[in-house]
Design a protein around this ligand. Structure first.
Ligand code: DOR
Ligand code: ZN
Ligand code: ZN
Length: 443
């Protein structure tokens, strides 16, 4: 067992030193770099990239045989604080991110209270001030996510929100939603859309189909997602906002994103690792670990999502990391809450399922997990270049390991991937020039 170093919510972070990453294989799609080199980090910035650098004052990180990539950016994370700290806190969720090589996260607003005002955004940022990774809040569209009254979108933007979302549900009142989209366009905030036609859900807990029938469970059809995906594309076209479709799970979501792109609309699509890896026929029993929203779909849907990622239709891989208490999840899908954790092995699953199986190159995987999320947010990240912030990850893609929830920093252990063998272990995570996670370092 290796000893592991992780920085918690200590505020002790010093980033004034130097780190020299030696002989790693840099995979940096932004500069089309794919080669072995040295990288010198000074303070919080990338100071130099060259074939060979020597610096006697620097802490040397031998990355021989490893890959070095820009820190991952996860646009879809549930941190649960404030209100549901027994499921996750900003501290445990951001440590989990660091463990997974994720250096920037966007927490969704479905906390208690909901992040629906400038004060709430400021409070979240204050709580996250000393977190080991960058935390960029997403504000709710309506007050309390009640779908009745618009939140102060301008105020939330000014307070630091980077996107809007009603995640956990859709804003079902289309006229109110239109007002939200117009505000999103005006204040240049992307709308992250959770697509779910509430009236069609009808008590469903897993994908509608043969498996749901076999298990005697009520099903969620593809149309539950597809009709809102279509609605949101057409409504965003009118309103002129940027639209990002969260956790696309159906083949027709991909068809719709492709349609929107062909029209030149600023629409992006996101896929979560579980949706491109597991289909509903792999569900072996009625257990809460297989329950998430949207659900695991058919084999045809899973195949269509992989192809949409390969073909550049789907832009982003993020996790919908949704921790819950053990007892809540350890029951029938009829009772368990929706959601699984994922941020600590998203890179490994992406590498194993998409790169090793030939759907993406490693560089394209890094695009979907770092470069494109930065573009969706319009932030200057996802690029290892001189003068840029040093958010850097070192990973080993040659070693196979088994996913073990006991090794998670997240409070949530709820994953259908426990015991799965994967490649792509994150070894070191650097945020703002500071090592926040290291498999090797002792401190
Ligand atoms: O599976 C999910 N869990 N989907 C959602 O939309 C919400 C999330 C949660 O908050 O647990
Ligand atoms: Zn959602
Ligand atoms: Zn979510």
């Amino acid at each position: 067992m290796l000893s592991v170093y992780i920085r918690a919510l200590t505020g002790m972070g010093e980033s004034m030193g130097k780190i020299l990453i030696k002989q790693g294989h840099l995979v940096n799609p932004a500069s089309q770099t794919d080669k072995v080199c040295d990288i010198l980090i000074q303070g919080n910035m990338i100071a130099e990239i060259a074939d060979e650098i020597s610096d006697e004052d620097a802490e040397v990180l031998d990355a021989t045989g490893k890959i070095v990539m820009p820190g991952l950016i996860d646009l879809h994370v549930h941190l649960r604080e404030p209100g549901f700290e027994y499921k996750e806190t900003i501290k445990t969720g951001s440590m989990a991110a660091a463990h997974g090589g994720v250096t920037t996260i966007c927490p969704m607003p479905n906390t208690n209270p909901v992040i629906d005002s400038p004060e709430r955004v400021k409070d979240l940022l204050e709580r996250a001030r000393d977190a080991p990774v960058h935390i960029l809040p997403v504000g709710a569209v309506t007050l309390g996510q009640q779908g009745k009254e618009l939140a102060d979108i301008k105020g939330m933007k000014e307070a630091g929100a980077v996107a809007l979302s009603e995640d956990g549900k859709s804003v079902m009142d289309a006229l109110l939603y239109r007002k939200g989209l117009l505000e999103a366009a005006k204040y240049k905030l992307p709308m992250f859309s959770h697509c779910e036609e509430k009236s069609l859900v009808d008590g469903g807990v897993m994908n509608a189909g043969a498996k749901a029938e076999e298990l005697g469970l009520p099903g969620i059809t593809n149309a539950v997602e597809d009709v809102i995906a279509a609605r949101d594309i057409f409504m965003s076209k009118e309103a002129g906002n940027r639209l990002h479709l969260c956790h696309c799970s159906t083949r027709d979501s991909a068809t719709l994103v492709e349609f929107a792109k062909k029209q030149g609309l600023p629409v992006t699509g996101e896929v979560c690792p579980h949706h491109f890896t597991m289909s509903d026929d792999e569900i072996t029993e009625d257990h809460g670990r297989y329950k998430m929203n949207p659900p695991l779909r058919s084999r045809e849907d899973v195949q269509a999502l992989k192809e949409a990622l390969r073909d550049g239709i789907m832009d982003v891989i993020s996790t919908d990391h949704a921790p819950h208490g053990e007892e809540e999840k350890n029951q029938s899908m009829k009772k368990a809450p929706f959601g699984i954790v994922g941020i600590e092995n998203s890179f490994a699953i992406g590498y194993t399922e998409l790169v090793k199986r030939g759907y993406l190159t490693l560089s394209q995987l890094v695009e979907k997990m770092s470069v494109n999320p930065a573009k969706v947010l319009g932030i200057d990240k996802g690029n290892i270049a001189v003068g840029k912030t040093a958010d850097v990850v070192v990973a080993d893609i040659s070693e196979e390991y088994e996913i073990d929830p006991e090794e998670f920093f997240s409070k949530g252990k709820n994953t259908p991937f426990a015991g799965k063998r994967v490649f792509g272990k994150v070894e070191t995570t650097i945020v703002d020039g500071e090592i926040v996670y290291s498999e090797k370092r002792q401190k």
